[in-house]
Design a protein around this ligand. Structure first.
Ligand SMILES: Cc1cc2nc3c(=O)[nH]c(=O)nc-3n(C[C@H](O)[C@H](O)[C@H](O)COP(=O)(O)O)c2cc1C
Length: 279
């Protein structure tokens, strides 16, 4: 189920310019007299009319305080005050005004959220995170993530993968040391998760394990949590430390936690560069 909130404007072009160029909303549908803009899971429609709707509050929310601070730098002149923490809602926010006098709010929630991202935003927005907040991952969030991991595809539906959550600090440091500096991000998070696969249950131990690990990273991201694939952790010492039989496969040992900030997207190829058509 989805929805759109429509508002009247007497200057569609000016409103469109403000919300796309200043706030970073994307044009979703252009109907001529109305335009529908998108920001994450929010769809806002503006329609040309005599007069403008200015009631209510349009709230843009972000994953980190730093992102709210960055918006404040852009909207300083239009802001009511600096961003502050509001204990009663457990949010960090500030209010400002758009170019027609509507109240706009920029905030981040300071508590865990249920998933809200749409699938494309999840797939394009996930980043490898190497710096984390000093904040525990709540047990109920971990349980929600593992619940979604039940649906990872596996060869012949073998469901041969398993996860080992690691919270013991010494074990985390041990993992971070194995392939330092490449494995270093493990020590930056409050916990790590080993994603493993049991060859007794599948003939495709590597594929099943790797897919489960990627399923895990996407699910974690949709809960606001960062991960970072750490390669080549399928090692004797790692398995010994975690009590994993030597013939099992370790897809990765990933750090898991709330990102300190969202890393910039590393440059990507154009799709035409990796689609090799044969007819
Ligand atoms: C198979 C694989 C191995 C990786 N190994 C490491 C690693 O050992 N250490 C690390 O910090 N990042 C590692 N990464 C993360 C990549 O550097 C990252 O995915 C890439 O730079 C693209 O950035 P993005 O994930 O933010 O889109 C690995 C990723 C993959 C898929």
């Amino acid at each position: 189920m989805s929805g759109i909130h429509f508002m009247k404007t007497d200057d569609l072009e000016r409103v469109k310019d403000f919300y796309t160029n200043k706030i970073g909303m994307q044009e979703w549908v252009d109907q001529g007299e109305c335009i529908i803009l998108k920001h994450g899971n929010m769809l806002l429609g503006f329609c040309e009319a005599d007069g403008s709707d200015t009631d209510g509050v349009i709230t843009f929310f972000y994953r980190t305080k730093e992102q709210v601070d960055r918006m404040y730098e852009t909207f300083k002149e239009r802001a009511e005050s600096e961003p502050i923490k509001r204990e009663s809602y457990n949010i960090y926010n500030f209010f400002a005004e758009d170019i027609e006098g509507r109240t706009i709010e920029f905030q981040t929630f300071l508590h865990p959220l249920k998933p809200y991202l749409d699938s494309i935003e999840l797939l394009e927005g996930r980043r490898s995170v190497r710096e984390y907040e000093n904040r525990e991952v709540p047990e109920e969030v971990l349980e929600d993530i593992f619940e979604t991991c039940r649906y990872a595809p596996t060869s012949k539906n073998s469901q041969s993968y398993y996860f080992i959550p690691i919270k013991d600090r010494d074990t985390i440091e041990f993992m971070a040391d194995r392939r330092a500096p490449n494995s270093g991000p493990i020590a930056e998070a409050p916990m790590a998760v080993a994603v493993c696969c049991d060859p007794d249950n599948t003939g495709r131990v590597q594929q099943d394990g790797d897919i489960a690990a990627y399923h895990f990273t996407l699910t974690a991201w949709s809960h606001g949590l960062g991960t970072c694939w750490i390669a080549a952790m399928d090692r004797e010492d790692v398995k010994d430390k975690l009590g994993i039989p030597q013939d099992h496969y370790v897809a990765t040992v990933t750090p898991l936690g709330y990102p300190e900030e969202i890393p910039k997207t590393p440059e990507r190829k154009e799709a035409k560069e990796f689609v090799r058509r044969i007819d």
